[in-house]
Ligand binder design. Sequence first.
Ligand SMILES: *Cc1c(COP(=O)(O)O)cnc(C)c1O
Length: 378
Amino acid sequence: MKKQPLAFIDLKRQQQRLGSSVQDALARVLAHGSYILGPEVGQLEHELAKFCGAKHAISCSSGTDALILILMALGVRSGDAVFCPTFTFAATAECVVLAGGTPVFIDVEEESFNLDPMKLEGAIQAAKEAGLRPVGVISVDLFGRPADYDVLQPVCEQNKLWLLDDAAQSVGAKYKNRSIGTFGIATATSFFPAKPLGCYGDGGAIFTDDDDLVPVIKCLRVHGEGKDKYDNVRIGINGRLDTMQAAVLLEKLRIFPEEIDMRNEVAERYNQRIGNIVKVPALRPEFTSVWAQYTVRIPGGRRDAIAAKLKERGIPTGIYYARPLHQQPAYRDYPLGGSAPIAERLAGEVLSLPMHPYLEPDEQDYIVDALVTELAAS
Ligand SMILES: *Cc1c(COP(=O)(O)O)cnc(C)c1O
């Protein structure tokens, strides 16, 4: 095949498509010289809020900082239990600890890989028995697929818990025609380059409809500033997004809706070709995904060997995640609400295939043919 080696996420092709627009945008920043909270930052926040249908968007320095800023603004403190899925990237739980709270891990659903709302009540009891105060839930829309908000939200309300959406992988997705960015008290997202909407460095954003949270988050983002950053009314952080990254994101946001369609076409082609051979991501008609990852399951202890064979053929794959958080050295002393058999099984079976908007049909054929051959031989 001519185009080898394949990229897992091909940012080069996106750059080619963007042409000189990013360079021009960066040249404008160099010309005005307002590198911190320059005009592009405000413009981006306006465009992001419009894109998601959220009342407010506040940009920040990363997805991790977006989560931390929200948790700080919500007043998370020592003794607070925050429930989160155990099958996620470490940042989801890391932020809870950094904000002063205790993450309580919950297993995920077999079908969606997202937090299992049915296991939330049991985890709340377990947290109370451990002497913790349940305060909130962080849902994660893993791999770009929304969590089940119609089930999660009522459970949160009944138990007086806030709901925070870690949408680092899912901005642009929809749940029942409502965009991610509008669920719960606030949403955090990431613009890390490999995320569906990425910049050329670190970046993130917070979405909320809550007018009271906005000034608090903006204050915390700049060292807890009052009148200015030399008037400190809260303990904050340096959590701003660079003007340069905002300029990049404004250009990328223009093509993002079309890229989401392209991602869905790629996912559909995978579904059609391998849907009856391996377990492929299930999607219900009321959801759309942005396919941050296209993740199949390869059971029977064969996953790593097949990944190695694909690599020999020039096909990169990823394992998200090889270990659930409750089994990670840094997190294993935090409470697990019940047990997590599904997350533990997924960790041994998941394999993410190359996924990006610019993956061409002949490349997908090559990937699929190789996977089918290796599965048959294993
Ligand atoms: C990437 C990611 C984050 C962290 O985002 P950064 O911008 O890298 O800090 C948080 N949660 C999830 C689920 C992620 O995938």
